[in-house]
Design a protein around this ligand. Sequence first.
Ligand SMILES: [Zn+2]
Ligand SMILES: [Zn+2]
Length: 153
Amino acid sequence: MTMQNLPLEGGCRCGQVRLKISAPPLLTMACHCTGCQKMSSSAYSLSAAIPADGFEVTAGEPVIGGLHGATRHYFCPHCLTWMFTRPEGMDWFVNLRPTMLDDASWFSPFIETFTGEKLPWAATAAVHSYETIPPMETYAVLVKEFAEKQPAA
Ligand SMILES: [Zn+2]
Ligand SMILES: [Zn+2]
């Protein structure tokens, strides 16, 4: 994975909501859970965990969608693209759908979750696979391992 120079900009399908990231991801993920299958209208969702202070909505007003629960899923109010997620109780990062970025060619999922619910043919380039989610204490190790694999800036 080679990431372009930060910041990277992006937006929804219609362009009404625009965003900018100025920090590299802590971790990259694909999720095969049935909830992500529905929300992505596809086989799995993609996430890049961006430190909250390196993430900014620069245009438009995203609205809450999905289950409207404690984990907040943000959508463009016009084209209804699922853009990013603020997970419950974890306000130090934002899970951005990396295909919102104008250039997502650098993106590759480092881990994949909920393979127990995946479509039989669905496969990703993930280095680590989990039947559900990694145990909480594993995340620190994954973040460290992911950082070590990134090319020096
Ligand atoms: Zn839009
Ligand atoms: Zn999921």
